[in-house]
Design a protein around this ligand. Structure first.
Ligand code: PGA
Length: 256
């Protein structure tokens, strides 16, 4: 059985005071839910320690939003995977569409990061998703296949156990447009079939596939009810406990 994962990607938002307050809000509500659902927050790197101190012992996991594939050294402005581990992270988000489109991260770069993160024992939340023009041109599946094979090149089925896939249609991120439950399910089923073909049926069945893109309390339940949707990667609605906690609650309700 796949456990739901509700992950909050805070992106380049919050300050020290609001990050701490937000973490407190999530941590206060989370323990009651954690029997059935995994919860993770990914604050900006400078606030990881402060957030770690708030969520410690509550069962809320901590994730990085990105990391360098390089070992610590002369890489100005980068954050090493060792630093994420050192500041309490158990996961790292890789290949987010903002990294891909704004910072030129290719599948080859994402693949290096995936290998480096897995070698460090971090869980990888690997983001894939198509642009609006790609969906309109009916290239969604093709784009997903290319991103999956490029990003997961050389990743073994044993390592796949530490990978969570996040399907995030780029046109739905931060836009208020959400994939319909049917669109999400179709893409998730396609991704699971890809995993079956590339790995095997049991690895594919065990891999969590999150949906991301304008997930809100009012659409979470329907999205999470889809058979191949195993959680959510939440941006905007992860910045307010009164929006994020109901999404966790929706997962708890659907988990039964
Ligand atoms: P959004 O962001 O929920 O604000 O659309 C999702 C994401 O980018 O992970």
């Amino acid at each position: 059985m796949r456990r739901y994962l509700i992950a909050g990607n805070w992106k380049m938002n919050t300050n020290l005071a609001s990050a701490t307050a937000l973490a407190k809000g999530v941590a206060a509500a989370a323990p009651k839910k954690l029997a059935k659902v995994d919860v993770m927050v990914a604050p900006p790197a400078p606030y990881l320690l402060a957030v770690r101190d708030v969520v410690k012992g509550t069962g809320v996991d901590l994730g990085g939003q990105n990391a360098s594939e390089q070992a610590p050294g002369a890489f100005t402005g980068e954050v090493a995977l060792d630093m994420l581990l050192d500041t309490g992270c158990s996961s790292v988000i890789l290949g987010h569409s903002e990294r891909r489109t704004l910072y030129g991260e290719t599948d080859a770069i994402v693949n290096k990061k995936v290998h480096a993160a897995l070698a460090k024992g971090l869980q990888v939340v690997l983001c894939v998703g198509e642009l609006l023009e790609e969906r309109k041109a009916e290239k969604t599946n093709q784009v997903l296949d290319t991103q999956m094979s490029g990003s997961l090149a050389g990743v073994t089925s044993e390592q796949l156990a530490h990978v969570v896939v996040a399907y995030e249609p780029v046109w739905a991120i931060g836009t208020g447009l959400t994939a319909s439950p049917e669109q999400a399910q179709a893409a998730h089923a396609h991704l699971r079939n890809w995993l079956t073909a590339r790995y095997n049926a049991s690895s594919a069945a065990a891999t969590r596939i999150l949906y991301g893109g304008s997930v809100k309390p009012d659409n979470a339940r329907e999205l999470l009810s889809q058979p191949d949707v195993d959680g959510a990667l939440v941006g905007g609605a992860a910045l307010k406990p009164e929006l994020f906690v109901p999404i966790i609650e929706a997962a708890v309700a659907v988990a039964g």
